[in-house]
Design a protein around this ligand. Structure first.
Ligand code: HEM
Length: 415
């Protein structure tokens, strides 16, 4: 038995740990930066140095799907088979590929949310944020997840894709279904088949939108990916997988980032006051909240060969999870990592957006959405606090995301 196998009481598969993983991280990191979760047979890379090395080494830590997926779980197998028969089977693109295959997809999408383009798009983000705040500001209360954290990124990415932004709730439901196999490995067959119907509806809707643009190009994101590939057109299976990543990436992650940052502000009145007094700290507040409680806590890799990391032997073919959320609490990098401090001078050293070839395509956009939303919220209110108790548990169960159930707030509107 190695140090990393030493039984420790907290487990990543436990929904309570997923809801609040930070004691678990402290306990594990205190023992070893890499560990093996026996019950789910997953090697977790949690130290910052080890996580950075793994993310920069796609030859050893491949993004190609590992054996955890459909092959071993009959419910997942039934789902992917039916999806392929009645819709489009999952092609493996972008986030699930390694260079050089990855480069072909990335080249097309790299142009989409560059910092320069995000700057041009900022007035559109401001307009949506103000419109959403207008709807609740006079009441002195809001449920932040439903009233802002969900619709802001949802409406924005829908508009960019060229879809009807008023349908964002339907797109969010699609995103949930698209992620169900990863988020809910214990689904019953009945639950999985219900989710399948939602994903099929999404696929058929998106296929029709792609075909429309194939016939007549427009200036939106769907048209760009339908027409962009210089090495020949993407197949419909590839287009479906790319859109899957844009829809899920565009919604779930930024919603989580906005909701968590607001929860931190509402529960740390001293930090809120400081931010109101020194608005130039806004950018650092966004980075510190992404570090402190990262919207994507971890993502999978597959070991392509036997490899030793921090004295832990990882066998060839093993499922590995790079745990961004744990690395961002590594005491070797962040002094007193459990302290939420918007003046922290190395807050930006987090890896909440990943690193290397797969560094988040939407990072500049997500940062702008968060900065714009909080600038407007801070300008239009004088004080924000929780309105009653938070749901317990606060998050929907997920091994890799932080979907907050609700965040009731009350505030004073500024005059
Ligand atoms: C706070 C918000 C966000 C967070 C925390 C986040 C986090 C991440 C992380 C950790 C990765 C790395 C994946 C890996 O290494 O396997 C990633 C990749 C990606 N993200 Fe984001 N993301 C956010 C917002 C967005 C937005 C707004 C979009 C789309 C508009 C987006 C689209 C993507 C895509 C397509 C990839 C895959 C890139 C590739 O494989 O080359 N993300 N994101």
């Amino acid at each position: 038995m190695t140090a990393a196998d030493t039984p420790l009481e907290l487990r990543l598969s436990d929904p309570h740990v997923q809801d609040d993983p930070f004691d678990y991280y402290a306990q594990r990191l205190g023992n070893c930066p890499v560990w093996h979760e026996e019950d789910v047979d997953l090697y977790v890379v949690g130290g910052m140095a080890e996580a950075r090395d793994a993310l920069n080494d796609s030859a050893t830590f491949s993004s190609a799907p590992a054996r955890r997926s459909a092959g071993v779980n009959p419910v997942a197998m039934a789902y992917v088979t039916a999806l392929a028969e009645r819709g489009w089977g999952r092609a493996v693109t972008l986030q699930r590929t390694d260079p050089p295959a990855h480069t072909r997809y990335r080249k097309v999408l790299n142009r989409v949310f560059t910092p320069g383009r995000v700057k041009q798009l900022t007035p559109g983000i401001e307009a949506i944020a103000n419109e959403l705040v207008d709807a609740f500001i006079h009441t002195g209360r809001c449920e932040f997840v439903a009233d802002l954290a969900l619709p802001l990124p949802g409406m924005f990415i829908a508009e960019q894709l060229g879809l009807d932004r008023s349908q964002y709730r339907m797109f969010r439901r699609w995103a949930e279904a698209m992620l169900c196999l990863a988020n809910r490995p214990d689904m019953t067959m009945e639950e999985a088949m219900a989710e399948l119907e939602v994903e099929l509806e999404a696929q058929h809707y998106l296929a029709a939108e792609c075909e429309k643009r194939r016939a007549e190009p427009s200036d939106d994101l769907i048209s760009l990916i339908v027409h962009a590939d210089s090495d020949g057109e993407f197949t419909m299976n590839e287009l479906q997988d790319l859109l899957h990543q844009l829809v899920t990436g565009g919604f779930e992650t930024t919603t989580g980032g906005l909701a968590t940052a607001m929860m931190l502000l509402a529960t740390h009145p001293d930090q809120q006051l400081l931010l109101r007094e020194q608005p130039q700290l806004l950018g650092n507040f966004v980075e510190e909240s992404l570090r402190f409680d990262s919207p994507v806590q971890g993502l999978w890799r597959k070991a392509t060969c036997p490899v030793q990391v921090a004295d832990v032997d990882i066998p060839k073919g093993a499922s590995v999870m790079v745990r961004f959320g744990a690395a961002n609490r590594d005491p070797l990098v962040f002094d007193d990592p459990a302290r939420f401090d918007i003046t922290r001078d190395n807050a930006h050293s987090h890896i909440a957006f990943g690193l290397g070839a797969h560094f988040c395509l939407g990072a500049a956009l997500a940062r702008q959405e968060m900065t714009t939303a909080f600038r407007i919220l801070l300008e239009r209110t004088d004080h924000i606090e929780l309105d009653g108790d938070l749901p317990s548990p606060l998050h929907e169960p997920s091994i890799f995301l932080r979907p907050m159930k609700a965040l009731p707030l009350r505030f004073l509107a500024s005059r």
